[in-house]
Design a protein around this ligand. Structure first.
Ligand SMILES: [Zn+2]
Length: 310
């Protein structure tokens, strides 16, 4: 089963040390991606603006480190920026996202600069308020919409052919994206709020809106978004529960994978990306057809990539 994973934070954990992308003790590396039969991995350039005072510059340095790792492994993996590059690639395709719109530092020209470097996804906010909008992790921001710059970013991303990511964005911001984006948009790593009542998850209405837009949500393996227990464990049963609900509400076309590997501290029953076949088996046991599993694992994400990226 080919895999497109919409979100991992591996690059964040490679910064400031000499860990390698080819092989490391993290949840994602090239060896594990090969075992996972990975078609494409979206790598997040995540910047925590609490610690980083020059988010644009820091993001560029992370980008450079990333390119260095790709260059060292050019037989196995290469940067892809659209659908054709992914399907014509005989290696694993790496796509780039930025997780935290504050790296634009309020200047739309910086969005174009990152586009020119090959970045194709932007998670509009992380867990802080920024020039674009507000995060969904604080109740007081729930109904806050996008800022003026946020609307500008949406329009520019539509024009350039970039995928808007609303994971982490306030509910108000979600609906501003829904009502203003001319292209499908996605939640790269968010689950169902009906199944697990966490503000990082999507309500049933949001799942339907994503479906209407032609977008997807990537199922996230973090325990906080999968269950209410205190044991920090993410089980296959939890994941299946969310998958079933999201498919019931939004249809099979609305679901993808967004593991959040290397961005979460949970003990996951699928312990790293090389073990994704556990999810395939579990879906089969739960009566998902091969063609449905293909949609969840790659085809739905590829549909959005084909439609939005140029
Ligand atoms: Zn995240």
């Amino acid at each position: 089963m080919r895999l497109v994973d919409l979100h991992c934070d591996t690059m964040d954990l490679l910064m400031g040390n000499d860990k390698k992308l080819y092989e490391n003790n993290l949840c994602v590396d090239i060896k594990k991606l090969k075992k996972a039969n990975s078609l494409a991995q979206i790598f997040a350039l995540f910047v925590d603006t609490k610690d980083i005072k020059n988010p644009y510059d820091y993001c560029i340095s992370m980008y450079e480190r990333f390119l260095g790792e790709l260059n060292k492994n050019s037989n196995d993996i290469s940067l892809a920026t659209n659908y054709n590059e992914i399907i014509n690639n005989n290696k694993i395709s790496a796509l780039l996202s930025i997780e935290e719109g504050a790296v634009l530092e309020g200047d739309i020209k910086n969005l174009e600069k990152f586009y020119d470097l090959g970045v194709r996804f932007l998670t509009l906010t992380w867990n802080y308020e920024n020039e674009i909008g507000y995060p969904n992790c604080f109740e007081e921001f729930k109904d806050k919409g996008l800022e003026k710059f946020g609307f500008e970013v949406i329009e520019k991303m539509n024009d350039l052919g970039m995928i808007i990511d609303v994971s982490h964005l306030s509910d108000g911001g979600f609906y501003d994206v829904y009502n203003n984006s001319k292209k499908p948009f996605i939640a790269t790593h968010s689950n169902s709020r009906t199944v697990t009542n966490h503000s990082r998850n999507l309500t049933d209405d949001m799942i339907r809106c994503l479906g209407n837009s032609g977008g997807v949500t990537g199922i996230n393996f973090c325990n906080y978004f999968l269950n209410d227990r205190d044991d920090s464990n993410s089980t296959l049963e939890d994941i299946i529960k969310h998958i079933k609900h999201i498919v019931n509400v939004g249809g099979i076309e609305v679901l993808s994978i967004g593991t959040d590997f290397d961005g979460i501290l949970s003990t996951v029953e699928i312990k790293d990306i090389s073990e994704m076949d556990k999810l395939v088996s579990s879906l089969k046991k739960n009566d998902f057809k091969e063609s449905e599993i293909e949609k969840i694992f790659s085809k739905n994400a590829l549909r959005v990539i084909k439609e939005v990226l140029k």
